[in-house]
Write a protein that binds this ligand. Structure first.
Ligand SMILES: [Zn+2]
Length: 395
């Protein structure tokens, strides 16, 4: 039974054999060449080749062709057999629970969203998640026994034991222990991380940070969050609060923030703040999408709103740049859909506020600013990534 073999190799903590290292590299990276596996595991190329041959014979690994961008023939790569197992990522959102289903070869099989009343209870969430997963597995004719684990993306910092420290989007979830909430109902290993850390993992595994070891993700959604990735690892901090860029105080006498401080960055550049100002201007409800459309069509007022948000974001990132000095900033979240309307003023503001200026560096050494690949679904994709990378497992 290939699924049982896979579970043993992926999740038995004491197993650190060369074969387990190869299987974990494949699970974490998707389709990769033997040389890439050798590099990431530190095993000799000949050892990797022998192990891959054995794994192919036992049907746990399959050969796939990959084509790198540009010219060149397809290269031979290896991936876990997609039939060997599946993973689920779940986002516990403000008024929805979103579920993404993927196989161990990194193919996304389904992505669904279930609207819920705001601040739904943990009991309700367990019922909704269980029911949705069961339905998805039935619909796709997949065995529930093939589900390797469920990853959760949560709003707010998460303590290493899986307790939500201070829930910003789901107030009544503060102090809730995710493992004891979901494990008895799902009967599967539970993984969890802060949603911005999940978003960073999604960009590493499938998106704008593929192959990048050091970067900062800056996420402009309802609130403003972020993640710091250094040497290929997401920094969580001692209480899970690393990368909470939205609550850097940039105006000490500014308006009161939901966190209790004054003048936090997110008051000036979150999607919610932009939409709120746009609603005052229009005199009716609106959305980020409409603000972007109106600005793109030449409305100078809405262009100014987005530029002001970009200016504030750049000021905050200037501080981050002076502390961490990353080579890459990934701008993510709903407001990033504004593209250059937001990014151009953001870059200009970063240049104004960061210590190191463009003239100090060669062009290649200056930080790059790009938008994320998954502006809508990065949290959930990253929650799938937690299971595939065996990261953030709650014990
Ligand atoms: Zn705040």
């Amino acid at each position: 039974m290939i699924n049982d073999d896979l579970k043993g190799l992926l999740y038995e903590r004491e197993v650190d054999s060369p074969i387990a290292r190869v299987v974990r590299a494949l699970s974490g990276h998707g389709a990769v060449s033997a040389s890439q596996i050798a590099r990431s595991t530190g095993l000799a190329r000949s050892t990797v080749s022998t192990i891959l041959s054995d794994l192919k014979r036992s049907n746990l690994v399959v050969e796939v062709e990959t084509r790198s961008p540009g010219l060149g023939r397809p290269a031979l790569a290896h991936s876990l057999n997609p039939e060997a197992g599946t993973c689920v990522g779940a986002l516990l959102g403000l008024d929805e629970i979103r579920i993404t289903l993927a196989d161990v070869a990194h193919n996304v099989l389904a992505d669904i969203s279930m609207p819920l009343e705001r601040d739904y209870s943990p009991e309700r969430a367990t019922r909704v998640v269980r029911h949705a997963i069961e339905n998805l597995y039935k619909e796709h004719s997949l065995p529930y026994s093939g589900l390797l684990g469920v990853g959760f993306a949560v709003s707010g910092p998460l303590a290493p034991n899986g307790r939500i420290m201070r829930a910003s989007v789901l107030p009544t979830w503060g102090g809730i222990d995710l493992k004891s909430t979901f494990a008895p109902v799902l009967q599967k290993p539970i993984f969890a991380d802060n949603e911005s850390n999940c978003a960073a993992l999604a960009e590493v595994m499938w998106g704008a940070a593929a192959g990048v070891e050091d970067f900062v993700l800056f996420k402009l959604d309802l609130g403003v969050g972020g993640a710091i990735v250094a040497n290929g690892k997401v920094l969580s901090g001692s209480s899970g609060a690393a990368g909470e860029f939205g609550h850097m105080v940039i105006e000490p006498q500014g308006p009161l923030c939901r966190c209790g401080n004054r003048g936090c960055l997110e008051l000036y550049c979150s999607a919610a703040s932009v939409v709120s100002l746009a609603q005052q201007r229009l005199g009716r409800a609106t959305s980020v999408a409409e603000v972007v459309t109106l600005a793109s069509n030449g409305d100078v007022g809405f262009q100014r709103l987005l530029a002001d948000a970009g200016e504030a974001a750049g000021r905050g990132l200037g501080i981050v740049g002076s502390i961490i000095n990353p080579p890459l900033f990934i701008i993510s979240g709903g407001l990033a859909k504004a593209g250059e309307l937001l990014l151009a003023p953001l870059r200009a503001s970063y240049e104004k506020h960061a210590l190191i200026k463009r003239q100090d560096l060669d062009e290649a050494a200056y930080p790059r600013f790009v938008t994320g690949r998954f502006l809508d679904n990065d949290n959930c994709m990253g929650a799938v990534g937690l299971v595939l990378r065996h990261s953030g497992r709650l014990t």
